[in-house]
Design a protein around this ligand. Structure first.
Ligand SMILES: *[C@@H]1O[C@H](CO)[C@@H](O)[C@H](O)[C@H]1NC(C)=O
Ligand SMILES: *[C@@H]1O[C@H](CO)[C@@H](O)[C@H](O)[C@H]1NC(C)=O
Length: 471
């Protein structure tokens, strides 16, 4: 018996081997067909083979419509307004950091009377925290909600997201030095208080923080609390100083820097009236990752139409940078000690076509905005090849440059922070970027609840069974 079994299994084995061989061959040929097919259409996921192709096509169309709507300046937006619940954190977390003193028990300034100002100089670049908060306060006073992407709601159960009004960037800039007799600085202390406060809130527990919006635009802001508050959606400048588990492009939102160089109003310049080919302003020697700047400097310093201006933009530097960027065709953005910098947004405000050499850079609203329309991207490895960069830039003629310059003038308002906010300026664009994350956030929250919430209507005595490590 045993022998026969072995024998028949042998025959069966041979048959199935043959069968396996045929199937594998078919699969192999099939995959080659796919590879060849997609090689000729490098930008498309092969929609024609997908049973959901119709759905995808609709999704694509909707996205395109949204883009057109988002970019077209005056078209009214018919998308749903984001409902935002904002914690009434004590003033020491927000306007108090700007020197505002509350009257009585008020938590928020009366912005109808006076809007507290944000500190100037380099602080301004990370001021997204201030503009978004002001816009939420203003949304309650506005009679007309048209053109508004977000509105404050007082009942957190009705909110899409929960906004944490902590001005972490200005806190980091101004209060991260130890004062006499202090053991921990105010920046660290406030972050500890914030974590304690947040993790005790019903709103936080409900979603484990996933629907919370936390601002940390300065790369060093929220340095301590980020490791505890990471389930939240962060508003950042890039991911340079974050491990991917704490912050990533799927969960978080990239917001523009506020430009420091003034806008180029009534720009009538042309290709030929901008004498400098390529302009760079900044520190040449940086701590980490900035070796590219140094290499490029040595490569380009003898080119007579390339201009390197040293040092960071400060007082006198702003004038010099403005002058330089207004009279240059292209402006270099090279990774420094972080992948992003306000230089890109200064270039856009100056209508100087950005040349971006920063492999890890993340760009605001890139899901609806195609930066290759108005920026030149160069891989670091290419930029370091002899003559590569200059050949490439000199290869961009008047016509192409003018097309990019015109596009910059069109998209420039999308990067403008202001109060009151209007149209699709940076404030509204950031709200819209947050709104586009909401469905994914809701999906995650609902999935989390699958096994942890007992329907109350079925058993009133049962409380949700939560594992002890759930929060
Ligand atoms: C908040 O909204 C929820 C859901 O709409 C509602 O059940 C609740 O009564 C509201 N709370 C208050 C205080 O209005
Ligand atoms: C720009 O042009 C407009 C219209 O010609 C004019 O009113 C305005 O003063 C100009 N602005 C500047 C800063 O030159």
């Amino acid at each position: 018996m045993a022998e026969r079994n072995v024998h028949s299994m042998g025959i069966f084995g041979k048959k199935s081997l043959l069968c396996l061989f045929i199937i594998t061959s078919i699969l192999f040929m099939g995959s080659w067909f796919f590879v060849l097919h997609s090689a000729y259409r490098p930008n498309l996921v092969d929609l024609s083979f997908s049973p959901n192709s119709k759905l995808l096509a609709i999704a694509e169309q909707t996205l395109t419509e949204n883009i057109e709507e988002g970019i077209g300046a005056d078209k009214h937006s018919c998308s749903k307004t984001l409902k935002v619940f904002m914690y009434d954190l004590p003033p020491q977390f927000h306007f108090g950091l700007l020197g505002w003193k509350p009257e009585g028990n008020s938590v928020w300034p009366d912005i109808r009377a006076k809007v507290p100002s944000y500190p100037g100089g380099l602080n301004v670049q990370h001021s997204v925290e201030y503009w978004l908060t002001l816009d939420l306060l203003a949304s309650e006073l506005a009679g007309d909600l048209s053109g508004r992407s977000a509105v404050r709601v007082r009942n957190s159960s009705e909110a899409d997201v929960v906004f944490v009004p902590f001005f972490s960037s200005i806190c980091m800039n101004r209060f991260s030095r130890l004062k006499r007799l202090q053991k921990v600085d105010a920046n660290v202390l406030l972050q500890e208080k914030l974590v304690t406060f947040l993790t005790a809130q019903e709103e936080w527990k409900r979603s484990m923080g996933k629907d919370h919006i936390i601002l940390a635009h300065h790369p060093n802001s929220l340095l301590d609390a980020r490791n505890k508050l990471w389930p939240a959606m962060f508003i950042l400048s890039d991911f340079g100083r974050y491990p991917p588990s704490i912050a990533n492009v799927e969960k978080d939102v990239i917001a523009p820097y506020k430009h420091i160089v003034g806008s180029y109003v009534n720009d009538t310049s042309e290709f030929d009236s901008r004498p400098i080919l390529l302009f760079f302003q900044g520190a040449i020697y940086r701590k980490d990752g900035g070796f590219v700047r140094q290499e490029l400097f040595y490569m380009l310093k003898n080119e007579k139409d390339v201009h390197f201006a040293f040092g960071n933009i400060q007082k006198e530097g702003i004038k010099q940078a403005t002058q330089g960027m207004h009279t240059s065709k292209f402006c270099l953005n090279i990774a420094g000690d972080t992948p992003s910098s306000n230089r890109l947004f200064d270039a856009i405000a100056s209508h100087c076509v950005p040349v971006i050499i920063s492999d890890e850079i993340e760009l605001p609203y890139e899901d609806v905005l195609d930066y290759s329309d108005f920026c030149v991207f160069v891989r670091t490895s290419d930029a370091l090849k002899e003559n590569f960069l200059l050949n490439m830039i000199r290869g961009i003629g008047k016509e192409e440059w003018t097309r990019m310059w015109s596009r910059i003038k069109e998209v420039e308002p999308l990067f403008e922070y202001r109060y009151p906010s209007r149209g699709n300026d940076a404030v509204q664009m950031v709200w819209q970027a947050i709104a586009r994350k909401v469905p994914a956030v809701k999906l995650k929250i609902h999935r989390n609840w699958r096994y942890y919430r007992t329907p109350v209507s079925l058993d009133h005595s049962a409380s949700p069974r939560l594992p002890s490590n759930f929060w």
